[in-house]
Design a protein around this ligand. Structure first.
Ligand SMILES: CC(C)(COP(=O)(O)OP(=O)(O)OC[C@H]1O[C@@H](n2cnc3c(N)ncnc32)[C@H](O)[C@@H]1OP(=O)(O)O)[C@@H](O)C(=O)NCCC(=O)NCCS
Length: 162
């Protein structure tokens, strides 16, 4: 017989501003996905900047950080610089919770419009962004260096924040 917790849904993540003790986890996570990997010092430099908003996704007790979203803003505009969710936590709404809280914090800073770049064909990310009202407004051909030495096109997407 199947019993609890087999059917239990994982609890929603807690979204909180990123602090220095999580930068090593974020750097490791960033390096899993992006050819131009950010190190701990990159996160330190970004988060020190008052024009940067950085959020992490945590388990209930706040002991594990399994995602982050980071943007730079000059109100009324912001650029989403990066978002990533640990592979084993993907597909259960962590990205959605992260962006929802992150965009609320940006809106509180006077941001009304967000831009981002995403690799063409990165469907999980593109569909996540479309869910938040992002639409493609441009393309940068050959923008992303890939680990295999090739280059990929970036889509430039934009959404208004209400
Ligand atoms: C993009 C990313 C952050 C999404 O995080 P996530 O926690 O898995 O996303 P969620 O579970 O919150 O999904 C939210 C929406 O995104 C879309 N989505 C997520 N995973 C998807 C997949 N594998 N295929 C298609 N759409 C997907 C869906 O629209 C989903 O909404 P739904 O659940 O109602 O269908 C995650 O896949 C990731 O870290 N990717 C690697 C890093 C990366 O590419 N970052 C973006 C760089 S621009």
């Amino acid at each position: 017989m199947l019993r609890w917790p087999f059917f239990s849904k994982k609890p929603d993540p807690i979204i909180r501003p990123l602090e220095a003790r999580w930068f090593a986890d974020c750097a490791r996570l960033h390096g899993c996905f992006f050819a131009r990997a950010w190190g701990v010092s990159d996160f330190e430099g970004l988060v020190r900047d008052h024009q940067v908003v950085a959020d992490g996704a945590f388990d209930g007790p706040g002991k594990i950080c399994f995602g982050f979203a980071i943007s730079r803003f000059v109100a009324p505009e912001a650029e989403l610089l990066s978002i990533a969710v640990e592979p084993r936590h993907q597909g259960r709404g962590v990205g959605r919770h992260l962006l929802s809280a992150h965009f609320s914090r940006l809106a509180a800073q006077g941001v009304r419009e967000v831009f981002l770049e995403v690799e063409q064909g990165n469907m999980p990310a593109v569909q996540l962004y479309e869910r938040f009202g992002f639409a493609t407004v441009g393309e940068r051909v050959g923008y992303y260096p890939k680990k295999d030495g090739s280059r990929a096109t970036a889509l430039v997407m934009r959404a208004g924040l209400s």
